[in-house]
Design a protein around this ligand. Structure first.
Ligand code: UDX
Ligand code: UDX
Ligand code: ADP
Length: 472
């Protein structure tokens, strides 16, 4: 295999877009074409307002767009031109049929793979980039091999992406590791080396890990499951803290100082969200069930159950504190994205909380610095509950500042940890002045200095802390 000269990325989403933009940024000798079936998405990538918000992304795209980085809807043309193709399409949890609610829906991966098989006129390295269940590469290989000829050969690699949203560009520029799985055949290993050479433009050799295909596929699911497991563990402890007077920040810090545990991913919260954690754990649960390993399935499933419990517990606590009813009360929700520094709302805890508030007949005012109105309305619509835009807008008010949301509110609920909600950035005295009294504040992100806000008059509730503990 000669060096890769032309890359095609199928899927211009949160993973494919930033990843391949960074490849173009670091490899000026490689032509990178990112394609998508969604023309609006491609138009946005070619415009001044990129379809996703990610710190640093715009600089990277603007530096290379039109030079060696292209966004196009011409999927077939880009496939034909490329020597290496990333398949970076969505793999949502199946909504119906076998494995509904657990298994990944591989229809998009399959359709992209079939397209490659149909239109390729030369040999290709096909790389799974989307997170997929273990052994998906086998299905891709079967489809591609059925279409290979003497002249056209397909190699399959697994190269899962570990970037986190909000820090995608940093993660891509300085990855902890790059993982490339291949069949351990001479062709497979050659293809693995060709992709390693692409990353070798900017990633140190020691950080490029090569494994067999199945280890690579499973490692991605395992890494996400273990990260989510840490959050569920600390969230489970947060419930104990609230009941005992222990402080979850102190407990997490004390545990994290053990170098065998490490300090990251131990922040208690209102629950993890995002497109990956829940989906990947459910995938692992499904895989375990399929392999007839019920104890293993139950073990991982508990991570998701704990996450649901944490969200429900938070809502119950709010209702209880507001004298057991929130009917007609105004609740200001600060933050709608699943974490700070992203406009992504997939599986955001905010969605679950707000739907519960609506069910309890509260009036909800929402402010998020990066999520637009249309997205919020879409996320809150639910067939049979509030299924039309008008119905959603009857229950919720979407605001353009935290102050507007908190005006005349009975409670402020911090759901996303945006820096602008910190107590050294937001004018909490002003918020307090505008609220009904008693003015309640529920911090689901351990973001504010509760004693300071109590001095202003707020009644503050923080996840994993009690006022009785003194330092809460
Ligand atoms: C443990 C804690 O590590 C220590 O901080 C605490 O003070 C007491 O409990 P200990 O039980 O002495 O220490 O040994 P440890 O090294 O933690 O091993 C416990 C068990 O886990 C052993 O059976 C060990 O073989 C096993 N283990 C450890 C694994 O199976 N895999 C590992 O990766 C690490
Ligand atoms: C995750 C993985 O981190 C990344 O490696 C993988 O490629 C994709 O999935 P992402 O979902 O983008 O990335 O964000 P992440 O930072 O992992 O946060 C996920 C959720 O966990 C967020 O809702 C976040 O607020 C929450 N979280 C994270 C906590 O509640 N506490 C923590 O300590 C860390
Ligand atoms: P992720 O977070 O995994 O990147 P996204 O949903 O953000 O997921 O992006 C996946 C993209 O893949 C979408 O923009 C979707 O239109 C695109 N896509 C799905 N199937 C195909 C296909 N067969 N050909 C081209 N693009 C596709």
């Amino acid at each position: 295999m000669t060096a890769v000269k032309s890359i095609c990325c199928i899927g211009a989403g949160y993973v494919g877009g930033p990843t391949c933009a960074v490849i173009a940024y670091k490899c000026h000798d490689i032509k990178v074409t990112i394609v998508d079936v969604n023309p609006a998405r491609i138009a946005a990538w070619n415009s001044d307002k990129l379809p996703i918000y990610e710190p640093g992304l715009e600089d990277v795209v603007l530096a290379r767009r039109g030079k060696n980085l292209f966004f196009s809807t011409n999927v077939d043309g880009a496939i034909q031109e490329a020597d290496l193709i990333f398949v970076s399409v969505n793999t949502p949890t199946k909504k119906s049929g076998m494995g509904a609610g657990r298994a990944a829906d591989l229809a998009y991966v399959e359709s992209a793979t079939r397209r490659i098989a149909q239109v390729a006129t030369s040999s290709k390295i096909v790389v799974e980039k989307s997170t997929v269940p273990c052994r998906t590469a086998q299905s891709m290989r079967t489809i591609l091999e059925a279409n290979s000829t003497d002249k056209i050969h397909f190699d399959i690699l697994s190269n899962p992406e570990f970037l986190a949203e909000g820090t995608a560009i940093d993660d891509l520029l300085k990855p902890d590791r790059v993982l490339i799985g291949a069949l351990q055949t001479p062709e497979g290993i050659r293809a693995q080396q060709a992709l390693a050479d692409v990353y070798g433009h900017w990633v140190a050799k020691e950080s490029i890990l090569t494994t067999n295909l199945w280890s690579s596929e499973l490692s991605k699911l395992a890494a996400n499951a273990m990260l989510a497991q840490r959050i569920s563990s600390v969230n489970a402890l947060s419930a104990i803290c609230e009941a005992t007077g222990a402080d979850v920040d102190e407990v997490a810090y004390a545990c994290g100082r053990d170098s065998r545990l490490g300090s990251k991913f131990l922040k208690a919260s209102v629950g993890f969200g995002g497109s990956c954690f829940q989906k990947d754990i459910l995938n692992l649960v499904y895989l375990s069930e399929q392999l007839n390993l019920p104890e293993v399935a139950a073990y991982w499933h508990q991570v998701v159950i704990m996450n649901e419990y944490q969200k429900k517990r938070f809502v119950r606590n709010i209702i209880k504190t507001l004298f057991n009813t929130i009917t007609n009360k105004k609740i200001a929700v600060l933050g709608f994205a699943f974490k700070k520094d992203t406009g992504d709302t997939r599986e955001s805890a905010a969605i679950t909380l707000i739907k519960d508030f609506i069910q309890e007949s509260a009036r909800v005012a929402i402010y998020d610095p990066k999520v637009d109105r249309q997205q919020i309305v879409m996320d809150l619509s639910e067939p049979g509950v509030v299924d039309t835009q008008q119905q959603v807008e009857k229950h919720v008010q979407i605001c353009s500042s935290a102050y507007e949301a908190a005006k005349d509110a009975d409670a402020v609920v911090l759901v996303t940890e945006w820096d602008e909600f910190r107590d050294d950035q937001l004018d909490y005295a002003k918020i307090y002045d505008g609220m009904h009294k008693p003015a309640f504040l529920f911090d689901g992100r351990l973001l504010v200095n509760a004693p300071k806000l109590r001095k202003m008059g707020f009644k503050v509730n923080v996840i994993g802390k009690t006022e009785l503990a003194g330092k809460a």
